[in-house]
Design a protein around this ligand. Sequence first.
Ligand code: 13P
Ligand code: SF4
Length: 305
Amino acid sequence: MTIQQVQQEILRQKREQDVCVLAHSYQAREILEIADIVGDSFYLSAQAAKAPQRGMLLCGVRFMAETVKLLSPDKRVLLANPGAGCPMAEQMDRDLIRAVRAKHPDHTVVAYINTTAALKTVCDVCVTSSSAVKIVRKLENDKILFLPDRNLGDFVRKQLPEKQIKLLQGGCPIHAAVTPRDVRNARAAHPAALLLVHPECTPDVVAAADFAGSTADIMRFAKASDRREFIIGTEGSIAEHLQYDCPEKRFYPLTKQLLCPNMKLTTLPDVLKALQGEGGEEISLDPDTLRDARKCIDRMIALGE
Ligand code: 13P
Ligand code: SF4
């Protein structure tokens, strides 16, 4: 089957079965083309809560599919490729966070959405990279424990000096591996370009950038800008999507290593197999997890929209 034939079959199956396909912007173009909802983590969560379809199929990583399940507990929610996890989401467990809470009982625990549903049950509110500053600013408590991404936490802390934000030592292995030297090399190679980075990059890299924001923020900034060249400091697919959407501009990846192998696992045949009942994984969460983790997500959507 050609790519177009697989896409046609996916469109037919999802219409027939009344399934909503959600794809994170890091997915390949051929997957974005067949999706009903495409965006960054915040947009996917906010839209998933409103989707009218009977079933949900997530193309991205496991914590995103879990978030969809939390928001639609009565629907069948599938993760297109069961092997696609986010290493950051697995870095901390409930016992660690319970112990940290016990040491800091007066702090509000803010969890990046890149965490397991189980971990969310012991946190107070979730944030995404696009909503973190807005949400933390709105919290009544000035004492914050931010987990797991120390780089995103540092980004929030710098913008909200009135808050006392304690950071835990987790992070994205892909974004955190970018170095100031990579920045110098990219700037030397493309002196006319603006540098746009994700706040999962280290504080040194963020400080050297012209703009820092979520996947969707970076795409919006680049599209609206009257500049013509951009170095993109987030997963490589974003430079590719921007180049496709804005052929008159030039987009360069900050480094060739900025590729998330987990986000790249899902293929178009995976999506079709999941719809045909021959692949994918149905997300199942126990009732306590559904109830306790959902509070964090509901609060995030209410404060972030
Ligand atoms: P966004 O909030 O920008 O979608 O980020 C999700 C993610 O996993 C970034 O690595
Ligand atoms: Fe997780 Fe980093 Fe991949 Fe995003 S880019 S899914 S944070 S490993």
